[in-house]
Write a protein that binds this ligand. Structure first.
Ligand SMILES: Nc1ncnc2c1ncn2[C@@H]1O[C@H](COP(=O)(O)OP(=O)(O)O)[C@@H](O)[C@H]1O
Ligand SMILES: O=c1ccn([C@@H]2O[C@H](COP(=O)(O)O)[C@@H](O)[C@H]2O)c(=O)[nH]1
Length: 214
């Protein structure tokens, strides 16, 4: 049975480069890594009309379904697969689709508040905070939200000032104190190299000892 022996939590502000770091680690190490984006665990808002979903504070801890995430991480740690929810940012809602994730040796949980909940931190072997200046992050976010998430410049600016920035300062940034490692700027190949070396060391330690040929 395969079950994760090493769980990594990656947090940081919006646009910091968390997803880029997690994906690069995943691509470098290969199929031993599964990634759980915290974004997929936004609450289901199907009961709200579109104009109300626009107004939700998506940067407050209450926006996430923590119970489901904790339960699914534990299921993977028990060596069983999960059906991970999927999220559509263009409509601010969960989709009907689920993606099956099989347990792998390494699990990465990445998202703005991945280091927020103590019960999740207790499951992590390594806590990482991606630290990128706010001006760089908002520039990245404007480009991404307009191109990929179907937003107007006006809506990105408004959301940033009303919820994203104050919630970042109140809830996201303070979680940096839980980090074992702080990665500057986002995708940073020295940091990715360090993480992949740590993972490879961990995987070697989990290998059964070679028995004496006799
Ligand atoms: N070190 C970096 N230099 C330049 N661009 C970066 C860097 N790290 C990430 N990016 C880019 O910034 C954007 C936001 O990164 P992403 O990983 O999606 O952020 P997050 O998941 O933290 O919101 C992406 O287009 C990504 O390719
Ligand atoms: O429906 C939604 C859900 C979330 N958001 C914003 O997404 C970011 C978190 O994603 P990153 O990939 O880390 O940037 C968060 O700041 C929310 O404001 C949204 O706009 N709509």
């Amino acid at each position: 049975m395969t079950a994760p022996s090493f769980v990594i939590g990656i947090a940081g502000g919006t646009g910091a480069g968390k997803t880029a770091v997690a994906r690069e680690v995943g691509e470098t190490v290969g199929e031993a890594v599964s990634i759980l984006p915290l974004d997929n665990y936004y609450q289901d808002h199907s009961h709200l009309p579109a104009e109300e979903r626009d107004q939700v504070n998506y940067d407050h801890p209450s926006a996430f379904e923590w119970e489901l995430l904790a339960e699914q991480i534990k299921t993977l740690l028990d060596g069983r697969p999960i059906e991970m929810p999927q999220y559509d940012f263009t409509v601010h809602n969960r989709t009907d689709e689920r993606v099956r994730i099989e347990p792998t040796e390494i699990l990465i949980v990445e998202g703005i508040l991945s280091l927020f909940e103590e019960r999740l931190r207790d499951l992590y072997d390594l806590c990482i905070y991606v630290q990128t200046d706010a001006d760089v992050r908002i520039l990245r976010r404007i480009r991404r939200d307009v191109i990929e998430r179907d937003r107007t410049l006006e809506s990105v600016m408004n959301q940033y000032l009303t919820t994203v920035k104050p919630m970042h300062e109140r809830y996201v940034e303070p979680t940096r104190e839980h980090a074992d490692v702080i990665i500057p700027e986002g995708l940073n190949y020295s940091a990715v190299d360090l993480i992949t070396k740590t993972i490879h060391t961990e995987m070697r330690e989990q290998e059964p000892p070679i028995s004496d040929a006799s």
